[in-house]
Design a binder for this molecule. Structure first.
Ligand code: CAA
Length: 260
């Protein structure tokens, strides 16, 4: 698929995907979302690729939300009958088993904040601004924001954000556990690529299992989650990479991963 609204490149085992509609602050129209699904599917299918980074082009925005101009004239029946947003969210969240990072370089509002929260974790530049301002448009989050934001930062803060539509700066977002780390604006991409390269250097099957078990904490009760974790741990002990990883430690050398 030839892309018009995103850019992709690979650097060793890391795929970089850049939302590229800077004049519209990288607003997510249906073309962007379709291209994103294709880019993530390509990343997932390529055995040489082990971690991805998603960021926004330009200096101002990661993504300022779903495209309001596209949505403004759309009849309500079409939103419902097309199950609007369902495919885009499930294809990215449920089908990408490899780790990926959102590098948030500016506004991450509405669908932009929701897209960032679909990542395995968020690295933010000090200019990042997060928010769910949909209420000001007479609607509400539609790509998982009310659920993921609440699970990340708790009810009180999430409710305040959704009801007032206010933005949260990077420092507040880090204090509230929405983001893993805040870095200087100019260093964001380098830092995200470096972090992704670190993850890409880990045993790939163990990376998938680690992602799956941390995600289970959001989807299951504690007892079930702990059993799920233990089973995945036990499965990993049968892998070639477990044998290699433990031997490499004992022999004081780097592991040579097979991904199985
Ligand atoms: N959709 C479509 N276009 C958008 C957009 C969006 N979400 N956000 C910004 N743009 C466009 C603007 O219309 C403008 O285009 P023109 O130059 O053609 O007028 C361009 O991007 C630059 O934006 P501004 O001039 O507004 O820039 P600013 O610096 O003055 O303000 C901003 C920046 C505060 C982010 C402001 O653009 C803004 O409030 N954007 C909308 C944020 C929003 O409401 N997001 C939620 C969308 S609904 C949603 O996402 C639903 C969901 O849950 C999935």
């Amino acid at each position: 698929m030839a892309y018009e609204t995103i850019l992709t490149e690979t650097r060793d085992a890391v795929t970089l995907i850049t939302l590229n509609r800077p004049k519209a602050l990288n607003a997510l129209n249906s073309q962007v979302l379709e291209e994103l699904i294709d880019a993530f599917a390509t990343f997932e299918a390529d055995d040489s690729q082990r971690c991805a980074v998603l960021t926004g082009s330009g200096d101002k925005a990661f993504a300022a939300g779903a495209d309001i101009k596209e949505m403004s004239e759309k009849p309500a029946a079409d939103f419902y009958l097309q199950d609007f947003f369902a495919r885009w969210t499930s294809e990215i969240v449920k089908k990408v088993r490899k780790p990926w990072i959102a590098a948030v370089n500016g506004f991450a509002l509405g669908g932009g904040c929701e897209l960032a929260m679909m990542a395995d974790f968020i690295l933010a530049s000090e200019n990042a601004k997060f928010g769910q301002p949909e209420i000001k448009l007479g609607v509400a989050p539609g790509m998982g924001g009310s659920q993921r934001l609440t699970r990340a930062i708790g009810k009180s803060k999430s409710m305040e954000m959704c009801l007032t539509g206010r933005m949260m700066g990077a420092e507040e977002a880090e204090r509230a556990n929405l983001v893993a780390r805040v870095v200087a604006h100019d260093e964001l991409l380098d830092e995200a690529m470096k972090t992704a390269a670190t993850i890409a250097g880990m045993p790939p099957m163990a990376a998938i299992a680690n992602k799956e078990m941390v995600n289970a904490a959001f989807e299951t009760g504690l007892d079930q989650g702990i059993i799920f974790e233990r089973r995945l741990f036990q499965i990993l002990t049968a892998s070639e990479d477990k044998k290699e990883g433990m031997e490499a430690f004992i022999e004081k050398r780097e592991g040579n991963w097979k991904g199985r």
